[in-house]
Design a protein around this ligand. Structure first.
Ligand code: AMP
Ligand code: ZN
Length: 114
């Protein structure tokens, strides 16, 4: 997608602080971290929101979770705990319309979220 911030990061046109990458996903540190560990995991394929995920994306979406597990280990927070979040749509606070999973850790996280 030409006009998508995260697609530009996948293409290398916009810099990203990459922490993990494979053929299907890219993960990088959030530019405005809400916790000591705040990483975004995205599919390299452009999918705008969770509402746009289709059956053939099922494996790809699962790979976001596998990446989250690997990243939590690498960041040293797997045992203490971490939160994964996918905001879908404006009311949930989605501001970048390329599906992404937040990984948050390193401080006590409140529940329910705001
Ligand atoms: P959301 O509000 O769920 O759509 O999350 C979008 C996230 O992208 C926010 O947490 C932003 O801080 C983050 N973000 C926006 N631009 C960049 C960027 N250039 N590099 C890294 N993270 C970004
Ligand atoms: Zn995109």
């Amino acid at each position: 997608m030409d006009n998508c911030l995260f697609c530009k990061m996948v293409a290398g046109d916009i810099p990203a602080d990459v922490v993990y990458e494979n053929d299907d996903v890219l993960a990088f540190r959030d530019i405005n971290p809400q916790a000591p560990v705040h990483i975004l995991i995205i599919p390299k394929k452009h999918v705008a929101t969770l509402n746009d995920v289709v059956e053939e994306d099922a494996m790809l979406m699962g790979k976001l979770f596998l990446a989250a597990k690997e990243i939590a280990e690498a960041e040293g927070v797997a045992d203490e705990g971490y939160r994964t979040v996918v905001n879908c749509g404006a009311s949930a606070g989605q501001s970048v319309f390329h599906v992404h999973m937040h990984v948050l850790a390193g401080r006590p996280l409140q529940w329910p979220p705001g």
